[in-house]
Ligand binder design. Structure first.
Ligand code: FAD
Ligand code: DLZ
Length: 510
């Protein structure tokens, strides 16, 4: 037999580098649902359903194209608990010339795969993942010699490289690179937000749902009402749906939050982008086409494109540049445990309850909920980066270490000392009140900072600023906030410190 080609659960793309030059008559593809990958974190049940079902659909597509797929369905009693176990068995039986794979997205698995040549006793050809716009080396070259990395400058390079939203003279269309300032409207219920795109589960998804309920009962989240697409054609329909119904308002309400809408005008495409059913350039191109046809405004299309060729590529570059040390960073010296309500949603803080409860039901929360609600709270409360990173890795359908870790450790927790973001996204309840209608349904009073019913975000915000004065002294972007704290009367400072100390002692009962 010629070669064994391993395709991982987040590599469901027909243009995968591992398939380049392969021969469907002789080569064999291996795909495996295995315990080690399904359990290295407490994956949301909907993420497991999505990946197992999408893997099975992808294997069928490969077979329809003439490939032979050696597919391993999940079996809790299987002697093969890891990808290496599965491959070792095939290597023993089939004696391939070599094993071919595309580099994986996580340091944890990358370390294992890089030892396979020795452990499997055969050549292992690990190919670059060409589904990203910037290669790891391109990002390294760009980052070389810079003390701090700024997404905006990397993004401009990506715009030039892809030609997206660029005019004939090599200038950004509309004369501006970035329309972030036009992406901050509060949403008051109008225009109505579209219902999320739905695919009714087919027989494969139903079988997988039953498997996940039976074999992973302790995993986070609800398996009920699963409606993600599980193959490429469904993911393309989800893309069309977003472009038609949500993109026109995506820009205006990108930062908005709502007490009764989970999805607003977001694309909900990250689960598909990250497992390979969609490609970053094709979704950006679809958005740019909508702008050219005057179906969506520039602030929406630029905002969307920036998230994908800007942030998504940027965080991946940082991950591979700085791992494995990056995962151990804790520059603010946080030591507090993650409150239990992150797993239950059982808190009287309305914004936290809504973000966590939506996460539990949907395996989804949009960016501002992740950044400014659950993330902001963890930052202000000084939760250990390791524990909050573990939470984010577990609870979202789109979570993979390469994208989750820089977002949480760098963007949210500022644990890398500001390498990824120039200032912490710390905010009091005032921000949440400005961007949402949560506060009017909350047990706590957003206008109060002290007293039993004062919004916990308020005193925790000032406590955060107070305890990190030294860390932020040299940061010009923090100087105004530091001054605002310093000029508060002593009595007010004491009251805020006292309230915050109580909150920090009683995090689990908020
Ligand atoms: P939209 O708002 O419609 O944005 C469009 C696309 O842009 C997304 O699908 C995504 O591919 C990309 N994107 C947007 N922001 C980012 C970003 N900061 N980093 C990388 N890509 C981005 N994204 C993940 O894909 N996986 C994660 O595990 C993840 N964890 C996060 C944790 C925290 C604390 C924060 C603040 C952000 C995280 N993000 C993560 C980024 C972002 O929140 C999600 O990509 C987005 O919410 C997915 O929903 P959407 O597809 O509707 O996105
Ligand atoms: C995330 C995941 C899960 C839950 N299960 C599997 C699996 O059973 N088999 C597999 O090949 N891949 C799975 N994955 C994706 C891998 O863990 C993924 O390749 C790494 O997270 C690297 O990005």
């Amino acid at each position: 037999m010629a070669n064994l080609i391993l395709i991982l659960g987040d590599q469901l793309s027909h243009n995968l580098s591992a398939l380049e030059g392969a021969n469907s008559a002789d080569d064999r593809i291996v795909m495996a649902e295995v315990h080690d990958e399904a359990s290295y974190t407490n994956h949301h049940k909907k993420k497991l359903i999505l990946l197992f079902s999408a893997m099975r659909h992808f294997a069928m597509e490969l077979e329809a194209r003439g490939w032979t797929v050696l597919y391993h369905k999940y079996d809790p009693n299987s002697p093969h608990q890891s990808l290496q176990d599965v491959l070792a068995d095939h290597v023993r039986q089939l004696r391939p010339e070599k094993v071919i794979t595309t580099e994986c997205g996580e340091w944890r698995l990358h370390e294992q795969i890089s030892k396979w040549q020795d452990s499997l006793g055969t050549t292992v050809d690990i190919r670059p993942d060409t589904r990203f716009i910037a290669s790891k080396q391109q990002f390294r070259d760009w980052a070389d010699g810079k003390k701090q990395l700024r997404m905006e400058f990397f993004y401009r390079q990506m715009r030039r490289q892809t030609g997206l939203l660029m005019d004939k003279n090599g200038e950004p269309v509309g004369g501006q690179w970035n329309y972030d300032a036009d992406n901050r409207r509060r949403w008051n219920g109008k225009p109505p937000a579209p219902a999320p795109f739905r695919v009714e589960p087919d027989a494969i998804t139903r079988e997988v749902t039953e498997l996940v309920e039976r074999c992973f009962p302790g995993h986070f989240g609800s398996a009920e009402d699963f409606h993600f697409a599980v193959d490429r054609s469904g993911a393309l329909e989800a893309l069309d749906y977003f472009i038609e119904f949500a993109l026109p308002c995506f820009g205006d309400y990108q930062d908005a939050m709502s007490d009764n809408e989970d999805w607003l005008f977001h694309s909900i495409l990250s689960p598909y982008l990250n497992c390979g059913l969609l490609q970053p350039l094709e979704v950006c191109q679809a958005a740019c086409d909508a702008w050219q046809q005057k179906l969506a405004p520039l602030n929406a299309v630029e905002g969307f494109v920036r998230q994908i060729i800007g942030w998504r590529e940027f965080v991946r570059g940082i991950y591979w540049l700085l791992m494995p040390d990056y995962a151990r960073e804790n520059r603010l010296g946080n030591q507090r445990d993650l409150p239990w309500f992150y797993w239950t949603g059982d808190t009287r803080m309305r914004c936290m309850h809504r973000a966590i409860d939506g996460t539990r039901r949907n395996a989804y929360a949009h960016h501002i909920q992740r950044l400014m609600v659950t993330g902001n709270f963890a930052l202000l409360a000084g939760i250990t980066p390791e524990q909050i990173c573990d939470w984010y890795l577990a609870v979202y359908a789109d979570a993979y270490d390469w994208v989750e870790l820089p977002n949480v450790l760098g963007m949210v927790m500022h644990a890398d000392g500001g390498y990824l973001g120039s200032k912490p996204y710390a905010a009091s309840g005032n921000y949440i009140n400005r961007m949402s209608d949560h506060c009017r349904n909350c047990h706590y009073r957003v206008k109060d900072s002290t007293g039993e019913q004062a919004c916990p975000f308020n005193a925790l915000y000032w406590h955060f600023i107070d305890r990190h004065q030294e860390d932020f002294r040299a940061n010009p972007r923090m100087s105004l906030i530091l001054k605002n704290w310093q000029k508060k009367p002593d009595a007010q400072k004491s009251a805020l410190r006292e309230r915050a100390a109580w909150l920090l002692e009683n995090l689990n009962s908020l």
